[in-house]
Write a protein that binds this ligand. Structure first.
Ligand SMILES: [Zn+2]
Length: 299
């Protein structure tokens, strides 16, 4: 048996982009290598949903040579990156630790093994179809269907409450948990899904005939309008609103394994870790509730 070698950063980026081609990213997105020297040997790779000061410091502690994050650090560009700016602090921390940074965003949402497919795997969803912008793409040398969001069937009908409880078990803990619009006893089997912010896909979710639409980051007006329309349509689709971060955390474990395998096939050995630091921006919630007539007059 030949001994596995240490890959360079370029070898890793090539193997990763075979699975998640940057060409699949939306036009407004920035997917690809943000920081790093192509010829530098890298034997440890970290994964995180967000590039934050904490996940950069973790990459330094872990002695990673590459941090792969789902959300792009410099999507909007920056004129200045001093370490007093949080983005500058992240860049300095990573460069000083000899750690590269790779952004893998809407190309990961779109591809097999990406954020949407990983979420569907956790629910055992079958008969999967693409929710929007369906097209063919070469993924690791094989022609595959890719696109935004997914739709498919649960193995058996559940009540909306049961489905929410099932999702709560596999998503990482966040302060906000899940918010649900719909009757808890509604029976659901056909599921539309868009991990991350999916409020631009209500029409596609409705047209797919889904019983429930799972997404994240829903704001008042789009959610309220979708709910009103659903009420005229027998309550379908119900809505489950997740933490954006939590909805996009699930793909990293399998990808770490697949990337290790792909590099091993090329004769390279790496180790990986998946960050469990919570990068959801909210720390705690308080339920509000002035109930008319409940105010105590005592004292
Ligand atoms: Zn996202």
């Amino acid at each position: 048996m030949t001994e596995l070698l240490t890959p360079t950063l370029a070898h890793i980026v090539e193997a990763f982009h075979q699975m998640f081609p940057p060409q699949l990213a939306e036009g407004w997105d920035a997917a690809g290598l943000v920081l790093g020297r192509a010829d530098r040997p890298v034997d440890r790779i970290g994964f995180a949903v967000d590039a934050t000061v904490a996940t950069a410091q973790e990459a330094a502690r872990e002695q990673a040579g590459l941090l792969i994050t789902h959300h792009p650090l410099l999507l909007k560009g920056a004129s200045f990156l001093p370490a007093t700016d949080y983005k500058g602090e992240i860049v300095h921390t990573l460069i000083e630790a000899g750690c590269g940074l790779l952004g893998a965003h809407t190309n990961v949402d779109s591809a097999p093994h990406g954020t949407n497919e990983a979420f569907m795997d956790c629910l055992g969803i079958t008969d999967r179809q693409i929710l929007a912008d369906e097209k063919n793409a070469l993924i690791s040398g094989t022609e595959r269907r890719v696109g935004i969001g997914r739709v498919g069937n649960l193995p058996e009908p559940l009540t909306l409450a049961q489905l929410a409880e099932k999702i709560a078990v596999f998503l990482p803990a966040t302060a906000g948990g899940l918010r649900i619009a719909g009757h808890p006893e509604t029976s659901v089997q056909k599921v539309a899904l868009c991990t991350g912010a999916g409020d631009s896909l209500f029409a596609q979710a409705r047209d797919s005939g889904a019983d429930v639409y799972i997404t994240a980051d829903l704001r008042h007006h789009p959610a309220s309008e979708a709910r009103e329309q659903a009420l005229l349509n027998g309550g379908k689709p119900a809505l489950i609103d997740c933490s954006h971060y939590a909805s996009e955390w699930l793909w990293m474990e399998e990808t770490a394994r697949l990337l290790s395998d792909a590099l091993a096939q090329r004769g390279f050995a790496i180790s990986t870790y998946v960050s469990t630091l919570n990068t959801d921006p909210w720390d705690f919630t308080v339920s509000t509730g002035y109930t008319p007539g409940s105010a105590s007059t005592a004292g």
